[in-house]
Design a protein around this ligand. Structure first.
Ligand SMILES: Nc1ncnc2c1ncn2[C@@H]1O[C@H](COP(=O)(O)OP(=O)(O)OP(=O)(O)O)[C@@H](O)[C@H]1O
Length: 310
């Protein structure tokens, strides 16, 4: 598969903050590429450099064969950006907002009407196109922003926290449209999110922390690399339980957080029945699960992505 974005040795240093410390990655044509990391990891700085909005301190970014530093206009013409903030004109109708954008992007006059109807169709807003945006729900506004981002047929769509602030139902609905776009239009998506379930949708994920990319692969591979199952348990006396585990149990990595003992094992099926028989201390809580992306982040950084996000 061809690369649509190539990032090489990209660095951004603000006065005394090394926000992005020489990162390298490729985004392949047609994939959903997720960018995941806690606040301050350097995600926005990276995206802003990729989208030509911020000059890098050093390094290069090439999108669709265009250099973001030397060929800004060509890059801008081949990408669509959906920002976190609502940037629609609320006093205008949906159709008027799209017309305005067509003018900004120099969509030829004779093509404007059909393009607008086409993108409204994709996000199911045809019937409300003559309503003012101020009457729209949060989800409808996001859909309209996506439609607007598609007007000039971008090769790559940047979605910065596309569902932030939306209720779970609307989030799920919006995702339906995003996935439809990938299927029908083959558009490459570059996504930042701090919702782990959304990051799971990505074909590949880059996990960023403190200005560096610490892992990059498909969600499945990242989780599989952690291996096996995770067992979480509490007992009537955790100190004694840990002593017993260390004495009698093999084949498990043991860590403790709060009142929970975590065991990482190759296969819980083979492990659990023997384990329960071995332990003398009564177990008060037991949970077995597969690794999540948060576990991946924890394994790389020693921190929870969710708690460092909040
Ligand atoms: N204009 C600026 N001047 C100085 N430091 C900055 C500037 N913008 C960002 N930083 C710093 O650079 C680092 C990376 O910030 P950035 O906004 O890229 O992170 P992020 O991963 O996008 O976080 P968030 O999820 O909160 O948007 C942080 O330490 C931040 O404080």
């Amino acid at each position: 598969m061809n690369s649509v974005i190539q990032v090489t040795d990209l660095v951004k240093t603000y006065k005394n903050v090394n926000a992005v410390k020489g990162i390298n990655f490729d985004v392949k044509e047609g994939e959903i590429f997720g960018f995941l990391g806690p606040n301050g990891a350097g995600k926005s700085t990276t995206i802003n450099m990729i989208c030509t909005m911020l000059p890098p301190t050093s390094g290069s970014v090439v999108i669709n064969g265009y250099d973001v530093h030397k060929q800004k206009d060509e890059v801008r013409g081949s990408i669509g950006i959906i920002f976190q903030e609502n940037t629609l004109d609320e006093k205008l109708t949906a159709n008027e907002n799209l017309r305005l954008h067509c003018r900004f992007y120099n969509v030829p006059k004779e093509k404007r009407h059909s393009r607008i109807q086409e993108v409204l169709q994709i996000v199911d807003l045809i019937d409300v196109q003559n309503k003012r945006v101020e009457e729209f729900s949060g989800g409808m506004k996001r859909r309209l922003e996506i439609a607007r981002g598609l007007l000039h047929y971008p090769k790559v769509l940047f979605l910065d926290e596309p569902t932030v602030g939306l209720d779970p139902n609307t989030r799920a609905h919006l995702w339906k449209y995003i996935l439809k776009l990938k299927e029908q239009e083959g558009i490459t998506m570059f996504l930042t999110t701090h919702y782990l379930d959304e990051a799971e949708v990505s074909d590949r994920i880059a996990i960023m922390d403190q200005g560096e990319i610490i892992a990059i692969d498909s969600p499945t591979v990242l989780k599989d690399e952690l291996g096996g199952d995770l067992i979480e348990l509490s007992t009537e006396d955790n100190d004694q339980a840990i002593e017993e585990i260390q004495e009698k149990v093999t084949g498990a990595d043991v860590t403790v957080s709060g009142d929970t003992i975590h065991l990482k094992v190759e296969s819980s099926d083979a492990f659990i029945s023997n384990f329960i028989k071995t332990l003398d201390i009564p177990i008060t809580k037991l949970n077995i699960r597969k690794p999540t992306l948060n576990d991946v982040f924890l394994a790389f950084t020693g921190r929870n992505i969710q708690t460092s996000e909040e």
